[in-house]
Design a protein around this ligand. Structure first.
Ligand SMILES: Nc1nc2c(ncn2[C@@H]2O[C@@H]3COP(=O)(O)O[C@H]4[C@@H](O)[C@H](n5cnc6c(=O)[nH]c(N)nc65)O[C@@H]4COP(=O)(O)O[C@H]3[C@H]2O)c(=O)[nH]1
Length: 956
């Protein structure tokens, strides 16, 4: 009923006309003029009228001829007619009443028992109910629309059983469920049944009361879903409403981000990010490695431009690198530069910096990322190697190369300022005897002392050099007269004649000295040295302990050299040279897998002449070409024989002089030697000093590449004595480097030699080069080298050079020596080294610690302790503090440099606070324990020390 139409439109479907008339009267009486009654007397007409016209209410008689009013109501409902019905009947019947209500009839009236007002009231009630029902249906439809179209996946399920009641479209799409399936589903069917427990949300924030669950789509895809549930009531039904938010992608992204972050944070390179769009490009991120390298904390540097690393005032040596950076920034390109930067404490470090722009999706540069690599250690090793190339390692004096340089400068100065240069060639008399009888250690001490005395004697512009074993040269520059050198030589003679006290030994030495002088007009500094050398030879001839000026006539004595040269030529022509071989031992297997060919000359008068004497002569005269060719041919032939004897993997190292490699037909010579002998190219290893390549043309490098293409191996010989730039060596097609024996000599006790050797091995391995240690004389050296992964060992500790016949025997006897095997068992065993000069303390400590099953090594002196450390895998060291040679803390500081992975403990009855704190600050000491000790506590400390050692080891 609408407000604009106050007339009630009533349809009566009734087969009895009388009843129609009665109804009409009742309505007219109750509401005169306010109702309009339409009458139809059968079911079909009634239904047709309901379809055709609009009525506010329909009164339906129960009996419609053959039909029932209930059927009509039923049919009308089925056909979508929403008009409210009131059922009329002749008599009251409860069952009928119930059935009518069940079908949706608004009321049930018994004819004859109602008056007009009751009828009207019933009609109005039916209309009101219909309006209310329609409103409810419309609001239900709205809620359904909200649920169904909600973008959040949701479903409704029975709270107890979990039977699915409804799933909205978003949820069906997420899980791949079709509408028809929903009714057969249970909420539990969404879960991934293969997993138990809640998934790791990687810190994802969830709504209050929600949880994360692993679910699976119908086609098996895994989902991580945030599930929130809430109990609601719909039409008297208790239901659980689940909202299901898919977090899979978000969690995966978080994981990826965290992984990236962890990579950056744990990177061994320092990393910084600068904001390219903010003024002065401030740092917005630095990783922990940056903090470790520079000593600055993130808080101290964020917001600042990273130029503070260049020092204050900025280091000028960075100019070129900074220009490259500025150019890179201007062009928006990545750059790689080497900078000298400064840590917070002011110490410099070498920063190998790679700078790269980061662009956004619009290709604009938003940030710069800088990757830093602290290469100070490499630089310092290279620096030290470079120093060694111009200095004698033992005495730290300039060597022959630097001497020649200084002499050339002194001659230039003399020419310009009308001055003179004097040269003293000093040879110690009888030094070889001292070396042979008292040993190298004493010999070395004397050489160091001689160097010290000579340096003290000369002026600052003069040069004292060591040119070979016991030969020194003093270059005196800026002399007014050449004869002034005479004053110096007298002082040298008397200074050197003073006694030498080495330990308990007192020695007396004399020297033979040759002298020469020049006004600077001389063709080469080498000639000047040679003149002084000839004069020294003369002084020796005169009975030693004297000095001689060089005279022109002495040059004739140089005819000795001419004679030697002729004899060498004869030896080459008549095959009077011979080859010796020295094995190189594989440090892992203990087997010889390579040999070095070393030439020998059996001189008719002089006996066996060392190649160190005649090879330089042959190089000077050019005879090295013929000599070298003979060596190459012979070595290839011998090696074929060795292969035939069963040692097929053995290669032969042949020394190649720089003079040889520079010859354009060198490649052809090698090919011929291989072809004629039948030796596989892989079995030939050409050993050459790095200067042969570094100082030379690209033609030499080209030849080396061609040799490598053939399969021939290339070794860099005497590594460490030349230019020794590892960066440069990277460019060379070498397979191996041979560390010069001067480093190996002291490797187990000299921290600098140990560091260089270790550094060279590690860096060579990074460049995929094999490393050979030359001059290995003791088992201690060999063990140190093995433990530091040196690949091959060569030296008297294994074998001296020998003729070919002996080599075959050697290979048969020692070819299967398994030196590497025994070490492993040793390595696994916990070993402690005890050092104390009191035997009783060592005994007591041994008693205490033996109970814990450690392997116990002990020593009462430092030198022996170093040897034990070199020969054994020791994890924990306990040292006394007060010892005659040096303090325990000093000893442990040195041990730290050579064996950094040991755990070092001082056990002392006495405390020198300064040295102890220093050693602790340097990280040299793990613990400082005092005597007398509590047995239980000491054992616990040692147990902890081994645990600490185990934790320090890199995890496999
Ligand atoms: N103190 C000590 N020395 C050890 C030890 N083990 C080996 N040696 C010696 O060290 C030298 C190693 O050879 P190199 O460095 O190539 O040094 C060689 C190499 O540069 C040159 N040489 C030798 N044979 C030839 C050759 O056929 N051609 C050329 N161009 N040079 C050669 O002469 C140098 C000296 O040769 P050698 O006198 O045979 O001396 C050899 C060898 O006998 C050890 O444990 N302690």
């Amino acid at each position: 009923m609408t407000m604009t139409d106050p007339m009630l439109r009533v349809l009566l479907i009734e087969d009895d006309e009388d009843d129609y008339l009665i109804t009409e009267d009742l309505l007219a009486e109750a509401s005169p003029g306010k109702t309009r009654l339409t009458w139809h007397n059968c079911l079909d007409d009634g239904l047709a009228a309901l379809h055709r016209e609009s009525f506010d209410v329909a009164l339906v008689d129960l009996r419609l001829g053959p039909d029932s009013g209930l059927d009509l109501i039923q049919q009308a409902k089925n056909e979508g007619i929403t008009t409210p019905f009131i059922l009329l009947t002749g008599q009251g019947d409860e069952e009928l009443d119930a059935r009518a209500v069940e079908l949706g009839a608004a009321d049930y009236l018994v004819k004859g028992r109602i008056d007009g007002h009751a009828l009207l009231r019933s009609i109005r009630y039916a209309i009101d109910r219909a309006v209310a029902t329609e409103d409810l249906a419309s609001s239900e439809a709205q809620y359904r629309l909200l649920f169904e179209n909600n973008p959040t996946p949701m479903c409704l399920a029975a709270p107890g059983s979990g039977r699915m009641n409804a799933m909205n479209e978003a949820a069906r799409t997420l899980y791949g469920v079709v509408l028809e399936e929903v009714a057969g589903l249970n909420i539990a069917d969404l879960a991934d049944k293969s997993l138990t427990g809640a998934p790791d949300g990687d810190g994802t924030v969830l709504q209050a009361g929600a949880g994360l669950e692993c679910h699976r789509t119908r086609d098996g895809r895994k989902l991580i879903v945030e599930v929130a549930s809430q109990n609601i009531t719909i039409g008297h039904h208790e239901l659980a409403l689940f909202t299901l938010t898919d977090k899979t992608a978000q969690i995966e992204n978080t994981r990826q981000l965290k992984l990236l972050q962890r990579c950056i944070e744990t990177s061994s390179n320092g990393m910084v990010v600068a904001d390219a769009r903010a003024a002065d490009m401030p740092l917005v991120y630095v990783n922990p490695t940056f903090e470790r390298i520079t000593g600055y904390t993130a808080a101290e540097v964020l917001g600042r431009n990273c130029r503070f690393l260049q020092g204050d005032p900025p280091d000028d040596s960075n100019m070129q690198a900074l220009e490259t950076i500025h150019r890179g920034l201007a062009d928006g390109e990545e750059v790689s530069v080497m900078l000298r930067n400064y840590r917070k404490d002011g110490t410099p470090f070498w920063n190998d910096l790679y700078l790269s722009p980061i662009r956004n999706e619009r290709n604009e540069i938003t940030h710069y990322v800088g990757v830093q690599n602290d290469i100070s250690e490499r630089k310092s090793i290279e620096h030290q190697l470079a120093y060694n190339s111009s200095h004698d390692v033992l005495t730290q004096l300039p060597n022959r190369t630097l001497l020649e340089d200084r002499l050339t400068q002194a001659c230039q100065f003399a020419r310009r300022y009308n001055r003179h240069v004097g040269v003293l060639f000093i040879d110690l008399d009888g030094f070889k005897l001292i070396n042979d009888s008292l040993g190298h250690r004493i010999g070395d001490q004397i050489l160091i002392e001689v160097a010290r005395r000579l340096k003290e004697l000369v002026r600052s512009g003069d040069t004292v050099a060591r040119v070979s074993g016991d030969e020194f040269v003093v270059a005196l520059s800026g002399l007014t007269h050449g004869s002034d050198a005479q004053l110096v030589v007298e002082q040298v003679m008397s200074t050197l004649a003073n006694p030498y006290r080495i330990g308990d030994v007192t020695l007396h030495l004399t020297a033979s000295i040759g002298m020469t002088e020049t006004d600077g007009n001389i063709s080469s500094s080498a000639e000047l040295i040679q003149q002084a050398d000839l004069a020294m030879y003369q002084a020796k001839q005169l009975g030693r302990n004297t000095w001689q000026w060089f005279e022109e006539a002495m040059n004739s004595q140089a005819s000795y050299r001419v004679k030697l040269r002729n004899q060498l030529q004869d030896a080459i022509d008549n095959h009077a040279l011979t080859l010796y071989y020295q094995p190189m031992i594989d440090s892992r297997t203990g087997q010889a897998r390579s040999v070095e060919a070393l030439v020998r000359w059996e001189h008719p008068e002089l006996g066996l002449v060392s190649p160190a004497d005649f090879v330089p002569l042959a190089e000077e005269t050019g005879q090295i070409i013929a000599l070298g060719e003979w060596v190459l041919d012979q070595a290839c032939r011998d090696m074929v024989k060795l292969h035939a004897a069963g040692f097929r993997d053995c290669s032969v190292g042949v020394n190649i002089s720089p003079v040889q490699i520079r010859k354009t037909d060198f490649l052809a010579t090698v090919k011929r030697a291989l072809g004629e002998s039948g030796l596989p190219a892989q079995a030939l290893d050409l050993e050459m000093v790095e200067s042969a390549v570094i100082n030379d043309t690209s033609q030499v490098v080209d030849t080396l590449h061609k040799l490598r293409e053939l399969g021939v191996q290339i070794s860099i010989d005497d590594f460490g004595t030349g230019f020794s730039s590892l960066t440069y060596i990277k460019q060379m097609p070498a397979n191996r480097i041979k560390i010069d024996n001067s480093f190996i000599k002291e490797v187990i006790k000299n921290r600098s030699d140990a560091a260089i050797t270790r550094g060279v091995i590690s860096m060579a391995h990074h460049l995929s080069l094999e490393v050979v240690a030359e001059g290995v004389e003791t088992e201690a050296q060999a063990n140190f080298l093995r433990r530091n992964q040196c690949d091959l060992l060569q030296g008297y500790a294994f074998s001296r050079p020998m003729p070919f016949e002996q080599l075959t025997e050697y290979m048969n006897l020692h070819g299967h020596r398994g030196a590497g095997g025994s070490d492993n068992a040793e390595e696994e065993q916990k070993t402690v080294l005890l050092l104390d000069d009191e035997v009783n303390i060592i005994k007591a400590l041994t008693r205490t610690l033996r109970r814990d099953g450690y392997r116990i090594l002990s020593s009462t002196n430092i030198s022996e302790a170093f040897t034990l450390l070199a020969e054994n895998e020791v994890q924990v060291i306990i040292s006394d503090q007060r010892m005659p040679e040096m303090s325990g803390t000093e000893f442990l500081s040195q041990v730290k440099a050579i064996h950094p992975h040991t755990v070092r403990i001082v056990l002392s009855g006495y405390t020198d606070l300064k040295s102890v704190t220093e050693a602790i600050n340097q990280g040299a000491i793990y613990k400082f324990l005092t005597k007398p000790w509590d047995e239980k506590q000491l054992r616990e400390h040692i147990r902890q020390a081994f645990k600490y050692h185990a934790n320090m080891q890199p995890q496999a």
